[in-house]
Design a protein around this ligand. Sequence first.
Ligand code: FE
Length: 199
Amino acid sequence: MTTAGDTAGRPPAALRTEALEQLLTERGLIDPAALDGIITEYETNVGPLNGAKVVAKAWTDPEYRRRLLEDGTAAIKELGFSGPQGEHIVVVENTATTHHVVVCTLCSCYPWPVLGLPPSWYKDPAYRSRVVREPRAVLSEMGLELDDDVQITVHDSTSEVRWLVLPERPPGTEHLSEEELVPLVTRDSMVGVAKAEAP
Ligand code: FE
């Protein structure tokens, strides 16, 4: 809990959130222990490893890949991943000529069941506004240089839809098994601000 003395330098959103939580707790509308439980679950148990398993399976199982692109939510649930912020997940596939990148321009909507909680840069107003206007420049600043002939599509999350990028399988990984591919799939590659790289 925050007291008046230690608010200096803290972001207004954090202060608002704490004030709201305190108010709702005082009125008996929420249970702070239950809230902490949810946060711990998504910070420690649910993270990008889930998404990496989905991607590695899609890379090695063409039939699963087809189902994943057709109905992301259902195919992801096949692997046991579902829950809040994952009720409607759409999967888009990056190729040599098409690149997808995800943002939430309004706030920080993110597919929790497969990626966990969003990183701070995803919530940064600069990323949220600029990636829509100048995606190629923003990706370049984040270390991803795309050729001029690669078509970039930016997907803006809404209250309805969460997006997951299926990155390209890195060249030279044909001999790797599904399990061996999992560690190559990074969080950033599933948001579309990086590529999956060969080991
Ligand atoms: Fe949002």
